[in-house]
Design a protein around this ligand. Structure first.
Ligand SMILES: Nc1nc2c(ncn2[C@@H]2O[C@H](COP(=O)(O)OP(=O)(O)OP(=O)(O)O)[C@@H](O)[C@H]2O)c(=O)[nH]1
Ligand SMILES: [Mg+2]
Length: 373
């Protein structure tokens, strides 16, 4: 998106919810004149905070506090009632203010603030959406050190480096970025395994509520369910799926679909918890890579010969260890937050392309693109 200062943009910066106050931001050349036409109160100067009314002609819309943050940047802090907010936005439209979403405004303000440091500009919007505080910290670190520093260093020294060493360095950044993305975006964990093994019971235990139907009947779950849970370091979206059973695939259209969906979800997961009964240890549908084995119903006894987590979704035994195991398997438990990582699709694509490069010159061009946009 280009930052055209001659178009005045405005939008709501606070979440859409019932709230005491809302904040509407307006940026672009001529914003001050718009404020002059709709605000009745003291004259505004840069840096001032004013109390007064937003008016449509003689009609008062709301009593507000206006922050004059720059010559062409204003925040209108009004009451949070959505009708008031809507009325102010409608009024702004009358003065040719283009209403956009908060992300576009943040990006515009960041472009103003950081100019050509595109990584810092991208960081502003990405950090606002980060799923955890550590995720936001990782992003902020990339704007001065981390990715910025690594890219600048590579650009400077690339001609003296062997192409294979460059690829190893870039490969490391990409591998670390995958783990960083769990802090930034959260992770997808899928419960899969044979029917009746206790997947839905475990899902409910992890969510802390009876969300999924549980029954002592194989094939209880057909459509998948998901819920977001907070682990020690990251946020995870967990999915409960239909029990995997080859015989069900050809039984009828619904079972065929639920089998396919379960397999697709498992394939797209960051991590699969393969849940099987402690006593039977049915490993027929294992996903092998990116999975951990969960031997459920350990309260009923039995011995396990394979590595995995012994749990009881009924009593909660072993679940804490399982949760720690999830974060260890994803690599977040001991992840150094001060690593160089990429955090947008643009950055990732450029790094992936540079890792495929055949010569230093090609890599240099990609790194220049990474830094300059
Ligand atoms: N004793 C014991 N019973 C359990 C445990 N976990 C689940 N069960 C029981 O096992 C039966 C099946 O549980 P579900 O959670 O519905 O199993 P599921 O894997 O979701 O089954 P499908 O949806 O058919 O694939 C229910 O009767 C549960 O109460 C456990 O840890 N211990
Ligand atoms: Mg189920």
């Amino acid at each position: 998106m280009d930052c055209d200062r001659n178009v005045i943009i405005g939008g709501v910066m606070t979440a859409k919810a019932i709230a005491g106050i809302s904040s509407i931001q307006m940026v672009g050349n001529g914003s001050g004149e718009v404020i002059g036409k709709i605000f009745k109160g003291k004259n505004h100067t840069v840096g001032s905070i004013l109390h007064g009314n937003i008016c449509d002609g003689e009609k008062i819309i709301d009593e507000v506090i206006i922050g004059c943050e720059g010559e062409n940047s204003y925040s209108i802090n009004c009451h949070g009632n959505p009708i008031i907010v809507e009325n102010i936005l409608e009024l702004l439209k009358k003065f040719d203010v283009k209403i956009v979403d908060a992300e576009e405004i943040i990006e515009n303000l960041a472009k103003e603030k950081f100019g050509k440091n595109i990584i810092a500009v991208e960081a502003e919007t990405a950090a606002a959406k980060a799923a955890t505080l550590d995720g936001a910290k990782i992003i902020q670190y990339q704007t001065k050190m981390g990715l910025l520093q690594t890219a600048e260093w590579l650009k400077k020294h690339i001609d003296l480096m062997h192409i294979e060493d460059i690829k190893v360095a870039i490969g490391q950044v990409l591998a670390d970025s995958k783990i960083a993305s769990y802090f930034i975006n959260g992770t997808k964990v899928v419960l899969a395994g044979p029917p009746n093994s206790g997947k839905s019971t475990l899902f409910n235990y992890l969510c802390g509520k009876e969300k999924a139907i549980v029954a002592d009947v194989a094939g209880t779950t057909r459509d998948w369910l998901s819920a977001k849970i907070r682990l020690k370091y990251i946020q995870a979206e967990i999915f409960d799926t239909a029990g995997l059973d080859a015989a069900l695939s050809s039984q009828n259209v619904i079972d065929e679909q639920s089998q396919r969906r379960a397999a697709e979800l498992a394939a797209s997961a960051d991590l699969v918890l393969y849940v099987t009964e402690h006593r039977t240890q049915n490993l027929e549908h294992r996903i092998q890579n990116k999975e951990i084995l969960v031997f459920n119903k350990c309260d009923l006894g039995g011995n396990v010969s394979v590595d995995g987590f012994k749990v009881s979704a009924k009593t909660g035994e072993g679940v804490k260890e399982l949760l720690d195991g999830i974060e260890s398997a994803l690599g977040v438990a001991d992840f150094d937050l001060k690593k160089a990582v990429c955090f947008t699709d643009r950055q990732r694509k450029i790094l992936e392309q540079s890792a495929e490069s055949r010569c230093q010159k090609e890599v240099k061009d990609f790194i220049t693109e990474l830094l300059n946009g």
